[in-house]
Structure formats: structure tokens, C-alpha cells
Design a protein around this ligand. Structure first.
Ligand code: FES
Length: 169
């Protein structure tokens, strides 16, 4: 008889379990949206996958042109506008190249044809050099080519996206 009684749940225990379960569920339902709101900006993409208009395709020449454009960027809870720059031109095959000016050595900004460096990109910080295709010249500090922007063309207009690393020398 006492063994049978031990296996039964008393009314008090039943109420305890039920109220604890319902209370826990309600607490989680209240806290989850707050946690979601707090963490959401950190999980969102920073907008760098968007493509931005930079110039018309018929303005692109064989000579690299430096162009500045802006992307929307989410920095935690803040929306900001970040400046980007690209060297844009057609290579010897007529293909469009849009190169990041950020030196792949330590991040200085490269320039086109400065000083004695004709037909090259040159980084003044540690004398990094890149050929006309933005490929690093062996024997100079950079160990990889300038990154290339992804691009799209729509209605004769050039849009740039993210800059990606490339295989190089
Ligand atoms: S940062 Fe460009 S060569 Fe060092």
C-alpha cells in the first residue's frame, strides 16, 4: 500500500510541476525577443555584399582611373557609410579590372605611375611594386596581388561589390 502511494504524484507536486513549467515557458517567451533584439545587429550582414554604382562602362579606359564610392555598413547598432576606392581600367585583353588600392603587404595605399615607377602600382611605405595588372612583383614586400572587386554591369553602368584576394606571383 505504501509502495503504491510513493509512485503517485500528489496534488501539491502536480501543481508545483505545472506552475514551474508554465512559469518557465512564459519567462522564456518574454526574454527571447529581448535577447533577439540585442543580438540582431551583430548577426546582420554589414552590407558589403551590395553592389554600388561607380561609373559608366564607356568611361573606362586602358589607363587606371581612381574612383571613390560609398557602401552602407552596419557597425553593431549603427548604420554608417564607408568610403571605398578602386583603380578601374581595361587590361590588355579588354577585360575590366577594378582593383583595391590597399597594399597587400601592410595595408598602405598604392598609387599608379608615381615617380620612376611607370606602368606600375607603387606603395611608398616599403617600396612595394605591382605590375600593370596589379600583380605583386617578386622581390618587393607584397606577397600577393592587389585585391579585385567583384563587378556587375547593368545598362552600361558599372557596379562594384566586395574586393577579393587573387592568386598571384
Ligand atoms: S605596406 Fe605596401 S609595401 Fe609595405
Amino acid at each position: 500500500m505504501s509502495e503504491k502511494k510513493n509512485n503517485q504524484v500528489s496534488r501539491r507536486q502536480f501543481l508545483n510541476y505545472t506552475l514551474t513549467g508554465v512559469g518557465g515557458f512564459m519567462g522564456a517567451a518574454m526574454v527571447a525577443p529581448m535577447v533577439g533584439m540585442a543580438v540582431d545587429p551583430l548577426l546582420k550582414a554589414d552590407g558589403s555584399d551590395d553592389f554600388q554604382y561607380v561609373m559608366d562602362v564607356d568611361e573606362i579606359t586602358d589607363e587606371p582611373q581612381r574612383k571613390t564610392f560609398y557602401i552602407d555598413q552596419q557597425d553593431g547598432w549603427y548604420d554608417t557609410e564607408a568610403e571605398r576606392t578602386a583603380w578601374i581600367y581595361r587590361d590588355e585583353n579588354g577585360d575590366i579590372l577594378a582593383l583595391s588600392p590597399i597594399c597587400t603587404h601592410l595595408g598602405c595605399v598604392v598609387d599608379w605611375e608615381t615617380g620612376d615607377h611607370g606602368n606600375e602600382f607603387f606603395c611608398p611605405c616599403h617600396y612595394g611594386r605591382y605590375d600593370q595588372n596589379g600583380v605583386n612583383i617578386p622581390g618587393t614586400p607584397p606577397e600577393g596581388p592587389l585585391h579585385a572587386y567583384e563587378y556587375q554591369i547593368e545598362d552600361g553602368r558599372l557596379y562594384l561589390g566586395r574586393a577579393n584576394p587573387r592568386e598571384g606571383a
